[in-house]
Design a protein around this ligand. Structure first.
Ligand code: FES
Length: 131
């Protein structure tokens, strides 16, 4: 009796899982479980940035007219926390005047490496980052 019930349950699971995966937009569009919500789209105007903490890591989230970008907020020189300068459209380090561009590349100052970047996705008005 339990073999028949198990077979029926396995068959139903095989049918229901693909249907639910299709109907559930988050799963269907590939937003993996490793993406974590960090903000809503509305709270970051175009041209603005926001610092967020994710799993103990300080990140800088920047909204450009086209997309959101996420970088480590820890300067690659000596580890100060960087800021977004929306007027100059640069990431600046207040400690030794390090400057990074919108791709995280070093523009000037002593930082030896670019800022690490992280994948960002926007879905249903929410911003997700993958560490
Ligand atoms: Fe950022 Fe030195 S710690 S430039």
């Amino acid at each position: 009796d339990w073999v028949i019930k198990g077979g029926i349950l396995a068959t139903l699971s095989g049918v229901l899982f693909p249907v639910l995966a299709y109907l559930w937009p988050v799963m269907g569009r590939g937003l993996g479980s490793d993406m974590q919500e960090v903000a809503t789209v509305d709270e970051i105007p175009v041209g603005a940035g926001k610092k967020v903490i994710l799993d103990g890591s300080a990140l800088l989230l920047i909204r450009t007219p086209q997309e959101f970008k996420a970088f480590s907020a820890i300067c690659t020189h000596l580890g100060c926390v960087v800021d977004w300068d929306g007027r100059k459209r640069e990431i600046v380090c207040p400690c030794h005047a390090g400057v990074f561009d919108l791709e995280g590349r070093v523009v000037s100052g002593p930082p030896p490496r670019p800022l690490p970047s992280f994948p960002v996705k926007v879905m249903n008005g929410k911003v997700f980052i993958k560490l």
